[in-house]
Each structure stands twice: as C-alpha cells, then as structure tokens.
Design a protein around this ligand. Structure first.
Ligand code: GDP
Ligand code: ADP
Length: 226
C-alpha cells in the first residue's frame, strides 16, 4: 500500500507558503492544494461556489467556515489515494476541527516572518491570475517585465497586497491562526520556522520532510486512510 502523507503549511500573507509549497511538491511529490488559488479558480470559472465566495474574497474577508469546508473536504476526498499538502486551509479553528474529523495530519509547518519582510515582499509580488503563478520583482522576477513566463499574459498585483491593507490582514491572521496553531502544537505535529529568507529556511524544511516521510510507522500510515 502506498505511503500517504498529509501536511499543511501556515503563515501570514507573504510568508512564503506558496513558494515553499511549490518546492515541497516538486521534491516530495505531494499534491498541492491552495485554498486561495482554488477559490480564485472557482470565481474565474463562475461556478456556483465561485459566485458565492466572490463577494468575500473581493473584500479580503474570510469565506465562512461552512462554505470553506463544503468546498475543500470533497476536494480532499478526490485526493484520498494521494499524499497532499494544504496551503491556506485550515485557516480557522472550526476548519481545523472539521478537517481533523476526517484526516489526521502528519505535519504542520508554521512560518514566522518579520512584518517588515512581509511588507517588502508583498509590495513586490506580481501574479498571473489565470494560473496563480507568483513572481517577485527582486526574488524571482519574470523573464519579461510584467509578463507571465509561460503564457506571456500580463501580471497583476492584488489590491490587498498594498501596504495600507497589510497591517489589518496580518493582525487578523494572528488572531484567527492562534487557536489553530495551539491545536497542532497540542497534537505534537507543529514545526515552526523563523527567518527573513526562504532559501535559508528551505533546507531545514527539506530535511524535516525527508526524515518524517521516511520514518512513519506503517500502522500510522494505514490509520490515516479514510
Ligand atoms: N525577497 C524575497 N522574496 C521572497 C522570498 N520568498 C518568497 N518571496 C516572494 O514573496 C512573495 C510572497 O511569497 P508567497 O510564496 O506568495 O507567500 P504566501 O502569501 O505565504 O503564499 C512572492 O512574491 C515571492 O516570490 C525571499 O526569501 N526573499
Ligand atoms: N481557509 C480559508 N477560509 C476562509 N477564506 C479563505 C480561506 N482561504 C482563502 N480564503 C479567501 O481567499 C482569499 C485569498 O486567500 P490566499 O490566496 O490564501 O491569500 P492571503 O494568504 O493573501 O489571504 C482570502 O483573502 C480569503 O477571502
């Protein structure tokens, strides 16, 4: 039976969740599911769920828990034979408890990045809306300024990445994330990383995952399959 591994990554906006998740997915073959990306995709496709969540996402408000779990849990069910990594979900305690009823996570990564670093990064973050590809004018610039590397389409900036909105988002993130972080700490699966550079944090995460993914006892692996 294939070894299944379930992980989540948490951290404030701009902390590098997407950047690190991409590296994890590439290095360890986990399926990557980003709630923000999934929501934006649903909005763009004008699905029933997309219409429902649009008003919240546009205002930078959290989508209600029951809507979020109704969207994400079936998506995870489709991936039930895969190892996966969640980014942006669970975001609240209610979401974490709903997830916990179905899956026991093996590992949660929490990123602690100083405010000034977040501000700097987000003011330089540019996005290709259709694919969710993320660029940074200093760290990983596109080959042609303002254009997506693959499609050549124009890049945009999220309104809520602008400095005025950032402080409020960060404060809100901390209030909502604290009980989730406490829950995972109490389960002994939380691993926190602090720093200002993704490239310096990455080797620690890489080595943690190498260890954890190869030392899971078989019984534990089987009990995670719903
Ligand atoms: N300068 C710099 N930018 C980074 C670093 N790591 C990530 N970024 C950029 O910072 C922005 C936020 O990263 P992202 O992965 O989107 O963060 P998320 O909001 O937590 O998913 C993006 O534009 C990244 O390209 C880093 O170590 N240094
Ligand atoms: N787990 C979640 N619960 C509620 N709303 C969510 C969740 N994940 C994403 N969203 C919504 O999608 C938007 C974009 O999410 P995301 O891409 O993770 O950006 P950020 O980390 O910058 O908030 C959020 O502002 C929120 O409206």
């Amino acid at each position: 039976m294939a070894k299944l591994f379930r992980a989540a990554i948490m951290g404030p906006p701009g902390s590098g969740k997407g950047t690190i998740s991409k590296r994890i997915a590439q290095s360890f073959g986990l399926q990557y599911l980003s709630s923000g990306h999934y929501l934006r995709e649903s909005i763009a496709a004008n699905t029933e769920a997309g219409v429902l969540v649009k008003t919240y996402v546009e205002k930078g408000m959290l989508v209600p828990d029951h809507v979020m779990t109704r969207l994400m849990l079936p998506k995870l069910e489709q991936l039930s034979s895969h190892s996966w990594l969640l980014d942006g979900f669970p975001r609240t305690l209610a979401q974490a408890l709903a997830l916990n009823n179905l899956y026991q996570l093996d590992l949660v990564i929490s990123l602690n990045i100083p405010y000034e670093t977040l501000r700097e990064r987000l003011s330089n973050r540019w996005i290709h809306p259709a694919s969710g590809r993320v660029y940074n004018m200093g760290f990983n610039p596109p080959r042609v300024q303002g254009k997506d590397d693959i499609t050549g389409e124009s890049l945009i900036q999220h309104d809520d990445d602008k400095p005025e909105a950032l402080m409020a988002r960060l404060r809100h993130y901390k209030d909502v994330a604290k009980p989730v972080i406490d829950l995972y700490k109490s389960q002994g699966i939380l691993h926190s990383f602090s720093g200002t550079e993704t490239d310096r944090i990455w080797p620690y995460i890489n080595s943690l995952l190498s260890t954890k993914m190869h030392t899971q006892p078989l019984d534990a692996r089987q009990s995670q399959t719903p």
